[in-house]
Design a protein around this ligand. Structure first.
Ligand code: ATP
Length: 464
C-alpha cells in the first residue's frame, strides 16, 4: 500500500525520552511515553504512537504509525508480537457503548481503536449500542452461541468500549445460560465509562491507551465473580430512577432458574461491587443524563448532596441487620465490632444503623479510588467494608483517605474483612433507602426484604 511506503522513515533514533525520525527530509518526533507498541511489519517494524494536537487549547489525540527498517535499542521494550487471541479465525468483536461515561466511546473508537486494528491488519466486527439492552441482546445472539457451539478451540475476543456495565451485561447472559460452554470468550477492556472499576483494577489507569497496550501484551485470565440473591419483591431501577422492571428481563426465566432452589429469590451476578448505603445511593442518584456530563465527578457531587441534604436535614442513617461469614484465618482490622452469633461461623454486626456497606472483589472503584487496598485483582477474594453513621466531615475524611491510597480501612470504626458471605436484612420504610448497587445496576429491594452476597464461579476470561 502506498501509504505504508510514505510512512517508512528514512532514519530514526531515540534521543533522551524522544523518538525522532524523518521521511523525505521532514522530521517528526514523539515522546516514548506516547508509544503504544512496536510490531513486526514486512521487512521492518511498525511503531504505533499517540499524536496529540492542540487546536485553540482543545487537545485531541489520534493513533498514528511510522514504519522503520531497524529498531533503535531504546525501543526494544515496546516490541511485541501480535498475540494469537487477536488473530482469529473469528474477527475481534468490538462493542461501542455509546452512552458510557461522558459519551466518548465512539470518538475513542474512531481516533484510537480503529486505527490500531487497521494498522495491525486485524479483522474486526463492530457493534454500537442502541439501547440499554444492546449488549445483553448481542451476548444472547452472538457471543453465547459462539461459546457454546464452536468446535474451534480459539476463544472469541470481545473488545468492550464501555464502563463496568458492558462487562456485567455479558456476565449475566453467560451465567443464566444453561448450555455447556465449549470455549469461554476473552474480554478485553477499553475504559470508556465513569468509574471503570474493573479496568482501573487490572491496571488500565491511563485511559484507552492503556487498554490498547494490554490488548497486545496482556494474558487471558479467569474473571472471578460473586452471586447476589435478592428477596422476591426486588426490582431493577431504570430510566433515571423513574421505572421499575423485573431483575431478569425474561421474568419467567428468572422464576424457572430458581425453581429448584428457592422460588422467591432473584439472582444477579457481579465482578466488581455489591453495596448498600451511601455508595449505592450515590451511584443511583448520579445516574442521570445531567450528572453524567460531569464524568467521575458525578459520584462526589452526589455524595456531597447525600451527606449535606439540600433541605438541611442530617444525612440518612441506613437501618438493617448485617451478618457475614468471614474467611477463616482472615486478618480483620476491626473484628471487635462484629460478634459471633453462634451458628456456624456467622457473625453479626451489633449496630443496626449504617452509613457505608460494600462488598467488593476489586481494589479500585475508580482510577484513584482505592476502596479495598488488600484486594488482589482477579484473586476471587470478596471483602466487606462497613462503617456506621458519621458526621459529613468524618465521612468525607474517610473517602479522602480512599482517594489517597486506601488508608480508610485502618481507621477506627471501619470494619474491613475478607468474607465468604454477607447478608443484609433491610429495615427501611422508604424505598430510596432500600436501593442497592450491583456492579452499577440499581435494585430496589422491597420493604422487609433482604440481599445476600456470596463468592461465585467464573464464566468469562479477561485480558489483563
Ligand atoms: N444507546 C444507548 N441507549 C441507552 N442506554 C445505553 C446506550 N448505550 C449504553 N447504554 C447504557 O448506558 C450504561 C453505560 O454503562 P457503563 O457501565 O458502560 O458506563 P458508566 O456507567 O458510565 O461507567 P461505570 O459503570 O464504569 O461507572 C449502561 O447501562 C448501558 O446499558
Amino acid at each position: 500500500m502506498s501509504a505504508d511506503n510514505e510512512l517508512r522513515a528514512d532514519i530514526s533514533s531515540v534521543e533522551g525520552s524522544t523518538f525522532k525520525w524523518s521521511i523525505d527530509n521532514e522530521e517528526d518526533q514523539v515522546e516514548l511515553n506516547d508509544i503504544i507498541c512496536v510490531v513486526p511489519k514486512e521487512s521492518g517494524h511498525r511503531v504505533l504512537f499517540l499524536k496529540h494536537e492542540n487546536t485553540n487549547g482543545d487537545i485531541s489525540t489520534q493513533l498514528k504509525y511510522v514504519d522503520i527498517s531497524s529498531i533503535p535499542p531504546s525501543l526494544t521494550p515496546f516490541w511485541t508480537d501480535i498475540p494469537a487471541y487477536l488473530q482469529g479465525p473469528e474477527p475481534i468483536q468490538v462493542v461501542i457503548s455509546t452512552r458510557s461515561g461522558t459519551g466518548a466511546a465512539r470518538t475513542i473508537f474512531t481516533t484510537l481503536v480503529k486505527p490500531f486494528l487497521e494498522d495491525l491488519n486485524l479483522n474486526y466486527s463492530i457493534y454500537e449500542t442502541k439501547s440499554a439492552q444492546t449488549i445483553t441482546e448481542l451476548s444472547q445472539s452472538n457471543f453465547l452461541p459462539y461459546a457454546s457451539t464452536s468446535t474451534n478451540s480459539t476463544p472469541q475476543t470481545i473488545l468492550l468500549l464501555s464502563g463496568d456495565g458492558g462487562l456485567v451485561d455479558i456476565l449475566d447472559v453467560f451465567y443464566r445460560n444453561e448450555k455447556k460452554i465449549n470455549v469461554e470468550p476473552n474480554i478485553a477492556l477499553i475504559p470508556c465509562g465513569t468509574g471503570n472499576a474493573m479496568a482501573s483494577s487490572i491496571g488500565l489507569r491511563s485511559g484507552p491507551a492503556s487498554g490498547l497496550k494490554t490488548l497486545l501484551r496482556g494474558r487471558s485470565r479467569k474473571l472471578p465473580t460473586f452471586t447476589v440473591k435478592l428477596s422476591a419483591g426486588s426490582q431493577l431501577v431504570v430510566n433515571e430512577g423513574n421505572d421499575r422492571v423485573p431483575i431478569n428481563a425474561d421474568a419467567e426465566a428468572d422464576t424457572n432458574a430458581n425453581a429448584n432452589a428457592d422460588e422467591t429469590t432473584h439472582t444477579m451476578y457481579g465482578a466488581v461491587v455489591a453495596s448498600w448505603g451511601l455508595h449505592a445511593a450515590l451511584v443511583a442518584d448520579s445516574d442521570t443524563t445531567k450528572y453524567r456530563e460531569f464524568g467521575s465527578e458525578r459520584f462526589q457531587m452526589a455524595a456531597k448532596e447525600l451527606l449535606h441534604p439540600s433541605d438541611g436535614s442530617d444525612s440518612h442513617r441506613f437501618r438493617g441487620k448485617i451478618t457475614f461469614i468471614p474467611v477463616s484465618g482472615s486478618s480483620t482490622t476491626a473484628t471487635a465490632t462484629a460478634t459471633s452469633i453462634g451458628v456456624g461461623n456467622i457473625r453479626r454486626i451489633p449496630e443496626e444503623e449504617h452509613m457505608y456497606v460494600l462488598t467488593t472483589m476489586v481494589p479500585r472503584l475508580e482510577k484513584d479510588f482505592v476502596i479495598s487496598p488488600s484486594s488482589e485483582v482477579l484473586s476471587g477474594d470478596l471483602r466487606l467494608l462497613r462503617f456506621g453513621p458519621l458526621s459529613p466531615d468524618d465521612a468525607m475524611r474517610l473517602m479522602t483517605l480512599a482517594y489517597q491510597g486506601g488508608g480508610h480501612v485502618k481507621e477506627k470504626g471501619v470494619l474491613y474483612e475478607e468474607v465468604q458471605m454477607v447478608r443484609i436484612e433491610f429495615d427501611e420504610e422508604e424505598e430510596r433507602w432500600r436501593r442497592v448497587c450491583v456492579d452499577g445496576k440499581i435494585v430496589a429491594v422491597e420493604k422487609g426484604g433482604w440481599m445476600e452476597i456470596r463468592k461465585g464461579g467464573s464464566v468469562l476470561n479477561i485480558v489483563s
